[in-house]
Design a protein around this ligand. Structure first.
Ligand code: UD1
Length: 337
């Protein structure tokens, strides 16, 4: 197949483009940063996008402004790059009759994970209260009875609850792509990436995920600073597995029903706490030991743990890299930027 990968010069896009090539596809990249087999351009630029995707059978859309954002002043840029950029791309695909799309989405569309209350059953806690966090009460409690909750596993049918500009713009991408599929008879897969890590991850910036922040701290001889009490849970998925999920999605699209978008969690299925992450990286590098700081960020969710089952049954995708092995490699892997 002739495939265009947007964001092909980025951390994840590089791996995706490489794997698709290895699988025998003809791959062209499109990215702000041009390079070998990568055309330089902005996804919001209709002409540049049109030229890049002309003649393609499918588009794998990884280009995005990522991360949590620094504050609300980031709002316009997230909406512009992620929502408008996707809209421009979809319109260009429709004009050319390109009917297959793989979209890089994110687990951030869920917001807080799902929880069970012994008395009131399954529930989704609302945004966290600063008073609770300041008092060191990090676990969400049942809003009705105040009881402690047991965290559960998020599947793709859990209603979205985006909590920041990035999350909102990723959900907007999914909605735009679903509308495009309905109206054009195209088929789309949205891959909801969990916390991606691995070689080539961008170094520590205000937009970086925690794995890059801890890794950069250790390299500089500083202790990883663990927020809250370190008990918050995430699913760390290796970038090589994320690339494999994109290849699986592309193949699934060949026989996917037209006119719809289907979303899949891309997760390792091996959730870990942030303290586990800090300990694993610190141990692999021989220190310094992590410091649990009790600090917090108001926009952070407590636990977000996914079910990888739909990706297994629908795409034939299961992550292969185990946490312990991936982190041992990541502890010394080169970072980008
Ligand atoms: C992250 C990304 C999000 C992405 C998602 C899935 C960022 C900022 N967030 O969300 O955009 O969609 O993964 O790939 O890129 N923490 C520390 N110490 C630190 C920094 C963070 O303990 O120095 C903690 C945070 O409090 C949080 C956890 O680590 O509990 C994860 O943080 P982070 O990786 O920033 O954000 P996610 O919410 O997981």
């Amino acid at each position: 197949m002739k495939i265009v990968v947007t964001g092909a010069a980025g951390f994840i896009g590089t791996r995706v483009a490489g794997l698709l090539r290895d699988a025998g596809h003809e791959v062209r990249g499109f990215d702000l940063r041009g390079g070998e087999d990568v055309t330089a351009g902005d996804v919001r630029d209709e002409d540049a996008v049109g030229r890049a995707i002309d003649g393609a059978d499918a588009v794998v859309h990884q280009a995005a402004k990522v991360g949590l954002g620094v504050d609300v002043r980031d709002l316009p840029e997230y909406v512009s790059v992620n929502a408008l950029g996707t809209a421009v791309l979809l319109a260009a695909m429709a004009r050319r009759g390109i009917a297959r799309l793989v979209l890089a989405s994110s687990m951030v569309v869920y917001g807080e994970g799902v929880y069970d209350c012994a008395e009131h059953g399954r529930l989704r806690p609302g945004p966290r209260d600063e008073k609770d966090l300041a008092a060191g009460r990090f676990e969400p409690a049942c809003a009705r009875c105040g009881r402690a909750l047991t965290p559960g596993t998020v599947d793709e049918d859990v209603p979205a609850d985006p909590r920041n500009a990035y999350a909102t713009s990723k959900l907007a991408q999914e909605h735009l792509a679903a509308g495009w599929a309905r109206e054009t008879g195209g088929a789309a897969v949205a891959l909801r990436y969990h916390n991606v890590y691995g070689p080539g991850m961008p170094r520590d910036t205000p937009y970086s995920g925690v794995a890059a922040i801890f890794r950069s701290a250790l390299e500089a001889g500083r202790a990883p600073l663990v927020f809250e009490d370190g008990g918050q849970r995430r699913d760390f998925v290796h970038v090589g597995d994320v690339a494999a999920a994109n290849l699986a999605a592309l193949h699934a699209l060949e026989s996917a029903p037209p006119g719809r978008l289907r979303a899949y969690n891309v997760a390792s299925g091996e959730p870990r706490t942030i303290a586990d992450l800090a300990d694993a990286l610190s141990a692999a590098r021989g220190g310094p030991a992590p410091e649990v700081t009790g600090r917090y960020r108001l926009g952070d969710v407590r636990h977000i743990v996914a079910s990888p089952d739909r990706a297994a049954s629908g795409l034939g995708f299961r992550a292969r890299v185990r946490f312990a092995d991936g982190m041992r490699e990541f502890a010394y892997a080169p970072l980008a930027g």
